[in-house]
Design a protein around this ligand. Structure first.
Ligand SMILES: Cc1cc2nc3c(=O)[nH]c(=O)nc-3n(C[C@H](O)[C@H](O)[C@H](O)COP(=O)(O)OP(=O)(O)OC[C@H]3O[C@@H](n4cnc5c(N)ncnc54)[C@H](O)[C@@H]3O)c2cc1C
Length: 766
């Protein structure tokens, strides 16, 4: 039977406990509740996938690939400031994840975490989760007798770049064939040894990944848990001393069907975004849980994820060999006057994934979905197809790198507009120091392989990070003023309603978070089971069998902490520019009126080397904007961006694109957008082209591509002289100050000259 045909729905309308979502939090919760004899049901919006069922048919997206196309496996959500990727299916993120099971270092549990959380108090639960997931580092590939090529290359790069003491082979939740090709796991579920086919991130058809359905969830079902798949929770309401949950059951012959189920205890485990969304909808859209804490939606984190690539490598990386991730380097730095560390891992992709991405086109999406896709997403789709085409041509010589670190976890999840669309507000600028270093070190690794680094299309086009590690939104705290749930996962003011997934984590874990999510869930569910069963001594039955295995990340933390920063400080620069002009703004009577405009901006390039590698040459912009009619005093530019001499199409022409968000006197958000086009076809005079730009003032969701400006802003001769005099190196040591400024000058002059002399497109990077 294929998963496509599987329709399992709940056969009753009342349970003692209901678990919503079947990822790391949900699987742990359901397993322990069922083992303790509690009548529990699990609902999961995605399908049940069995080894052998995972999609490989590229002919149609409805063949199981995308959640938006008939409830497939992958769910990619462009959420205005970040592209969030997650899975849908029985087993949650474990179905597509890269198997890395990493503990968070002690310093992660800082004052954002409520008492009694610390690495020491969590270690017994880490041990338990690691035992259940049966983790170990990658062994040699049985086909070659050696570690995969990318694993060896990453070790060499760490050596060359001075990261060797923080380099390790992380624990992976994978069954390896050196213990025999056909095996039965410790829960008597048949599995097979890993074939090193590199398909972990599109679902393991071999049955080698220790996904949650093969351990925790299998045990839950064995202890009587009921399961409803393709069953989505819509909202939650109070009902007596418990809760009523509205379910949407997909997969009925007559389409989606809605029904209500009640339970005394409800465990929200729909993932950081899913659980936060469900609570937000219950409070703000349906009004069924009106008293949820005001902190709901806070402390969202993308775990500092930064995805990048490299092509043209001297030696093959072979990204489709071995498990998707096999190595990690812990890197410590003290750039930007802040001590921080991050983890860099090798990534992988299977040939199927590349081919699938190549075919992602609007015409292949169902009409109702395609209609929702805006112009920005279309540009990302087109650029992503371009990247996939390149990967397809030279797959072996392409490196994939994923960095992750402790971002500020200061994002906010909310619902927006009349349609209550999910939105994440994520301030890239505030997290820029981390992203810049991650990009710099990833670039250095690629260059050490003789290749050229490049980033994701969303970063290149919109400076939008991609994250596969969504955390927060319903964080734990000591009071409703500091968190949504208490330290045991129970929602403040809502007895019996819990959040036990990544949403409850109050900060980034810095490394891969799933083991921490599972460990926190193990701790919270132990407390919940003790309360529900009135048995203060209850513990998970497997606790007695647990033996702590190797924890390679701890040795890396120790080694790296013993010495100082491994990243040399970034060399960047700043300059100031002042422009003035006018712009037409709509009037109340439906007409338009010209208004004066003044911009006093500071452009900051934190790391010149990352800036030059970046195809759009992005810089940060702060400063002040004044627009008559909107602002009576200068308004601060919030997280402004400038793409400085990005290539236009395939020719030598260049553009300078400014996006400057500001808030007017009445608290409304605006974007002041400006474009200077550089090249003979746009303006024959290079002086004019670089000092005059077309502008538009628009609402935040409208993009301006320079084609129909409603105003103009110019830098005067005096202000140009001031601009040149304001260029200052930032972060460079004394001996590098002059070279930093000269390097920037050469970068600027070469690109403008090439656009006018048509000497061909200057090199994309250095
Ligand atoms: C490609 C990829 C690779 C990754 N690699 C790693 C890795 O190597 N190591 C690591 O630690 N982490 C990795 N992650 C991240 C990891 O998968 C997540 O951190 C983890 O799965 C989060 O666990 P969770 O319990 O919070 O939620 P999830 O595992 O996301 O589970 C939530 C479940 O709830 C379901 N759901 C959502 N809304 C509803 C609803 N309304 N009704 C019913 N069901 C709902 C979802 O379909 C999903 O199955 C990776 C993620 C991706 C996408």
């Amino acid at each position: 039977m294929t998963s496509r045909q599987t329709t399992e729905h709940l056969d009753r309308d009342h349970f003692e406990a209901l678990v919503i979502g079947s990822g790391f939090g949900g699987a742990v919760a359901a397993c322990r509740l069922a083992q303790a004899g509690i009548d529990v049901a699990i609902i999961e919006r995605g399908r049940r996938w069995r080894p052998g069922d995972f999609p490989r048919d590229l002919s149609r997206l409805e063949k199981g690939w995308l959640w938006m196309c008939d409830h497939g496996l992958y769910d990619a959500l462009p959420l205005n400031d970040i592209l969030a990727v997650r899975a849908a299916g029985y087993g949650g993120g474990s179905l597509v994840y890269a198997n890395v099971a990493m503990r968070a270092p002690a310093e992660v549990f800082d004052d954002r975490w409520p008492e009694p959380y610390s690495r020491r108090t969590l270690d017994p639960y880490y041990d338990l989760a690691a035992h259940m997931l049966d983790v170990r580092p990658v062994p040699a590939d049985p086909n070659t007798g050696e570690l995969p090529p990318k694993t060896r290359l990453m070790a060499r790069a760490a050596e060359r770049l001075g990261h060797a003491d923080g380099f390790f082979h992380p624990n992976l939740a994978v069954t390896f064939a050196d213990e025999g090709p056909d095996q039965t796991n410790r829960f008597q579920v048949p599995q097979r040894g890993c074939t090193f086919c590199g398909e972990c991130d599109i679902g393991c058809n071999v049955g080698a990944k220790n996904t949650l359905d093969l351990n925790y969830l299998a045990l839950a079902e064995r202890h009587g848990a009921s399961v409803g798949v393709r069953t989505e929770a819509v909202h939650v309401a109070r009902a007596g001393d418990g809760y009523r949950v509205r379910l949407r059951e997909h997969g009925h012959p007559d389409g989606s069907v809605e029904r209500d189920v009640t339970a005394r205890y409800v465990f929200l485990c729909a993932g950081a975004l899913g659980s936060t969304e469900l609570l937000l909808r219950s409070r703000d859209q349906y009004g069924t849980l009106p008293d949820l804490p005001a902190t709901l939606g806070s402390r969202y984190s993308g775990n500092g994820d930064f995805l990048s690539f490299g092509h043209g490598l001297r030696e093959p990386f072979v990204p489709d060999s071995g498990p998707t991730i096999t190595t990690a380097s812990l890197i410590r730095s003290s750039a930007a006057n802040r001590e921080h560390w991050f983890v860099l891992e090798d990534g992988g992709f299977s040939e199927h994934l590349v081919k699938l991405v190549r075919t992602l086109h609007l015409s292949r999406l169902p009409q109702q979905v395609a209609r929702l896709v805006g112009e920005g997403t279309q540009r990302v789709l087109a650029a992503t197809r371009g990247v996939a085409a390149r990967l397809d041509q030279e797959p072996g010589d392409t490196a994939v790198l994923l960095a992750m670190g402790r971002d500020r976890a200061d994002g906010r999840v909310s619902l927006t507009g009349a349609k209550h669309r999910l939105r994440v507000t994520w301030d890239v600028t505030r997290n820029d120091a981390l992203y810049t270093e991650e990009q710099a070190v990833s670039g250095a690794v690629v260059r050490s392989f003789g290749g050229q680094p490049f980033t994701t299309p969303t970063w290149r086009l919109f400076r939008q990070p991609v994250t596969v590690h969504n955390l927060g939104g319903a964080p734990m705290g000591h009071t409703p003023e500091t968190g949504v749930v208490d330290p045991d996962g129970e929602v403040f003011g809502h007895p019996g309603l819990y959040v036990l997934d990544g949403g409850a984590l109050p900060g980034a874990t810095g490394g891969n978070p799933s083991l921490t999510i599972a460990a926190v869930a193990e701790r919270c569910i132990e407390i919940a089971v003790r309360r529900i069963t009135n048995n203060p001594g209850w513990t998970a039955p497997e606790r007695a069998e647990v033996v702590r295995g190797v924890v390679p990340e701890d040795a890396a933390v120790e080694a790296v902490s013993a010495r100082g920063s491994q990243v040399s400080p970034a060399h960047g620069l700043r300059f100031r520019e002042t422009l003035s002009g006018d712009v037409r703004l709509p009037t109340l009577d439906g007409g338009a009126r010209s208004r004066r405009l003044t911009l006093r901006l500071t452009v900051h390039i934190p790391d010149l080397s990352v800036f030059r590698d970046d195809p759009v040459h992005a810089a940060q912009v702060s400063g002040m904007v004044e627009v008559d009619g909107l602002t009576t005093a200068p308004a601060a530019v919030r997280d402004g961006r400038l793409h400085l001499l990005a290539a236009v199409g395939d020719g030598a022409d260049r553009s300078m694109d400014y996006v400057l968000p500001f808030i007017d006197d009445e608290g409304r958000e605006w974007l002041l957008q400006g474009v200077k086009m550089i090249g003979r076809d746009h303006d024959r005079n290079p002086w004019r082209a670089t000092t005059r730009m077309g502008v538009a003032v628009t609402p935040p969701d409208r993009r301006f591509d320079g084609t129909a400006p409603t105003g103009r802003a110019t830098i005067s001769l005096v202000n140009t002289v001031r601009l040149l005099g304001s260029v200052r190196p930032a972060g460079a040591p004394r001996r590098r100050k002059v070279t930093t400024v000269l390097t920037f000058g050469v970068f600027f002059a070469r690109r403008v000259a090439a656009a006018y002399l048509r000497t061909g497109r200057p090199p994309q990077t250095r």
